[in-house]
Write a protein that binds this ligand. Structure first.
Ligand code: BTN
Length: 241
């Protein structure tokens, strides 16, 4: 797969740019921006990043029949394994969040658009905080905390980080198209923030017991272990029963 790269000084949202590119019949593209003025997160939320973040989206025209289950987890594993191979300080919170030392480092927003001829446009948006928040920042907008990549690697820059991630993600996506999520199940387990913890997912409470080979969360409830799909759900760690 050839991934053409385009860099913008500023845009509303790289996901919006990537979706428009696919609607106009464009091919695979990685679009990054120095600044987003209307960055979007999951569940209709705004994406709040500090002053400096790496923000980019990958646009892919794919067969409409391709099963996208677990794609956000495979993306998260690839980002984490590329940027943090030895220490495993980066953890993944099902289904879309990256955490560093217990605070949110970044997130993944996957969106799709129907295309002609049994194709579907898939956009994978990734936002990663690069620098720590200044001490006087109002942290109330960062409900899951704020972690920065430069805490892990003081030399990390947006351009250098993207240069490392782009080929890794391209390789991952080629494999995902033929193999689905299963090859990343073990990698996710090594970085699973919620494993063994009491969690709330939507209106369900239970204990997180890893994920299936399709990326569904396994939730242990009094009624047994039930698989839960990501979709529009998010997971909250519960302090106690
Ligand atoms: C989340 O944590 O809810 C997901 C955040 C995803 C943010 C990235 S930044 C690049 C791309 N463009 C957007 O508008 N959102 C994604």
């Amino acid at each position: 797969m050839v991934l053409v790269r385009k860099h913008l000084a500023e845009c509303g949202s790289t996901n919006t740019e990537a979706l428009a590119h696919l609607r106009e019949g464009g091919g695979s593209l990685l679009v990054s921006a120095d600044r987003q003025t209307a960055g979007r997160g999951r569940l209709g939320r705004a994406w709040q990043s500090g002053d400096a973040a790496l923000t980019f989206s990958i646009a892919l025209p794919l067969p409409a029949s391709l099963d996208l289950s677990g794609l956000s987890l495979a993306v998260g594993c690839t980002v984490a394994d590329t940027l943090d191979p030895p220490s495993e300080r980066i953890q993944l919170k099902w289904p879309n969040d990256l955490f560093l030392d217990g605070a949110k480092l970044g997130g993944i927003l996957i969106e799709t658009v129907p295309l002609p001829a049994d194709r579907r446009g898939v956009v994978i948006g990734i936002g990663l905080n690069l620098t720590p928040l200044p001490p006087d920042t109002d942290r109330s907008a960062f409900a899951s905390g704020h972690a920065a990549l430069q805490t892990l690697d003081p030399a990390a820059s947006a351009a250098g980080t993207l240069d490392r991630l782009a080929p890794a993600l391209r390789g991952m996506l080629a494999d995902f198209e033929t193999l689905g999520f299963a090859p990343w199940q073990a990698a996710f387990a090594r970085r699973d923030l919620a494993a063994g913890q009491r969690v709330r997912v939507g209106d369900q409470l239970g204990t997180a017991r890893g994920v299936t080979d399709h990326g569904e969360l396994l939730l242990e409830t009094p009624a047994g272990v039930v698989p839960v799909s990501g979709g529009e759900l998010s997971l909250r760690l519960e302090k106690s029963l």
